[in-house]
Write a protein that binds this ligand. Structure first.
Ligand code: NAG
Length: 108
């Protein structure tokens, strides 16, 4: 089954090139969808210094893989479970969150 996901784009255009780290106070940032080809998509999870520390690569719904929790439409990632520690984090969008390479859609 083909699913489609709409993520907010406003933050990307607003903050491209303006910051290189996630705002202090947040542990993680979740990047925007990256299409890897063949219907496979990748979401990176960045730590506070913009190193990729976790993430999900899948060709199906990222909301049902256990790592991310999603809000009702307009969909954002509102939860993240660290795959190394198993700790759960609450996530939200934040206008001051900063970016990692121009793509942070939620901060946790
Ligand atoms: C982010 O992850 C990198 C690579 O694992 C690590 O070296 C760095 O200390 C981490 N930064 C923070 C703030 O945890």
């Amino acid at each position: 089954m083909q699913s489609s996901f709409t993520l907010p784009f406003f933050q990307i255009s607003l903050f491209v090139g303006t910051t290189v780290a996630i705002c202090p106070g947040f542990n993680f940032g979740i990047g925007n969808i990256r299409a890897l080809g063949g219907g496979v998509n990748r979401w990176d999870v960045f730590n506070n210094t913009c190193n990729v520390v976790d993430g999900l690569t899948t060709n199906i719904n990222p909301c049902t893989q256990g790592i991310f929790a999603c809000s009702p439409p307009p969909m954002i990632f509102n939860g993240y479970t660290n795959t190394l520690t198993g700790l759960r984090y609450a996530c939200r969008t934040d206008a001051n969150s900063g970016t990692c390479g121009g793509t942070i859609v939620s901060v946790c």
